[in-house]
Write a protein that binds this ligand. Structure first.
Ligand SMILES: NC(=O)C1=CN([C@@H]2O[C@H](COP(=O)(O)OP(=O)(O)OC[C@H]3O[C@@H](n4cnc5c(N)ncnc54)[C@H](OP(=O)(O)O)[C@@H]3O)[C@@H](O)[C@H]2O)C=CC1
Ligand SMILES: O=C(O)C1=N[C@H](C(=O)O)C[C@H](O)C1
Length: 257
């Protein structure tokens, strides 16, 4: 049965993305069920300290917090039967297992980047990698973000790297070259390289380069405004509210899968 509205809770409501989510949830016509902040006090109606307190009021929780919350949030939302739109990056393999476990019981949309542009770039990356053989074209990913970002490489850079690995039918972890310094030796023939820059208030920039001996192809995405992530996540929340349990991504939400 399709419901007419959706009650959305925001984990990390006072964060950089959380503050925009608050506006975008209201603008979408959804009910803002409240949000989590560790600073919640009596002067902040609707705000609570933990997702366990917020979940009973929600149909969907949008979560842009910190990787340390993942396993708790997975357990809480699976137990409460609340759908999860997960934007947090920097997950460990064990965190990712917890997300997969939760997705057996609730619908989960997980995307390292909720912008339509990056969703397309990631799709193109897979197709280009399949068409451009690694013996001839070296794949390297450059990402730039604001000085406050705590994880590296960005979730988006890793997702683009995964798409390149998928396109070439190789394992990403076994072919990653990241943080080169000193006497590195030559680049691995099938390597997927990552370079990371941090500074100022860069919202998020990603470039995938395929470089051969005779030419270079560059695929660049620049986010000018964080709101692009918030509108994408709210779109995902409306999309996921009546889905069966499963792990979905932004290609599913945009109908590209
Ligand atoms: N998928 C996507 O499209 C995007 C993903 N991101 C990712 O989203 C996450 C948040 O980014 P951003 O909004 O810039 O970060 P901020 O640091 O601005 O906000 C994160 C919020 O999460 C809360 N938080 C932090 N640590 C904890 C914790 N241990 N327990 C509970 N709450 C916590 C904080 O709330 P308080 O201090 O109020 O408790 C904080 O306000 C990052 O992982 C980032 O990489 C960012 C942009 C786009
Ligand atoms: O922390 C950020 O700001 C961003 N994080 C996401 C990531 O790690 O890819 C998405 C976006 O680039 C902004």
């Amino acid at each position: 049965m399709t419901t007419q509205t959706v009650r959305i809770g925001i984990a990390g409501i006072n964060g950089r993305v959380g503050r925009l989510l608050r506006e975008e949830v209201a603008a979408s016509g959804a009910v803002l069920a409240g949000g989590t902040t560790r600073d919640a006090g009596p002067a902040a109606p609707g705000l609570v300290a933990t997702l366990a307190e917020l979940a009973p009021r929600c149909d969907v929780a949008i979560d842009f917090t910190h990787a340390t919350t993942i396993r708790d949030h997975a357990a809480i939302l699976a137990q409460a039967g609340v759908a999860w739109v997960l934007g947090t990056t920097g997950l460990s393999p064990a965190d990712q297992d917890a997300v997969r476990d939760a997705a057996r019981r609730i619908p989960v949309v997980q995307a390292a980047n909720y912008s339509p542009g990056v969703t397309l770039v990631t799709r193109l990356a897979r197709q280009m990698a399949a068409a451009l053989p690694s013996g001839s074209y070296d794949a390297e990913i450059l990402e730039m973000h604001h000085r406050q970002k705590v994880d590296a490489p960005s979730g988006t850079a890793l997702a683009i790297g995964q798409a390149v690995a998928d396109g070439r039918g190789i394992d990403l972890a076994a072919h990653t070259e990241s943080g080169r310094t000193g006497h590195t030796g030559p680049r691995g023939a099938d390597a997927i390289g990552f370079a990371v820059l941090r500074g100022g208030q860069i919202v998020g920039e990603h470039t995938l380069l395929f470089t051969s001996a005779t030419e270079q192809i560059a695929l660049t995405h620049r986010a000018f405004d964080r709101r692009v992530f918030a509108t994408g996540a709210v779109r995902a929340a409306w999309w996921v509210r009546d889905r069966p349990p499963g792990l979905y991504n932004m290609e599913d939400v945009l109908g590209l899968a």
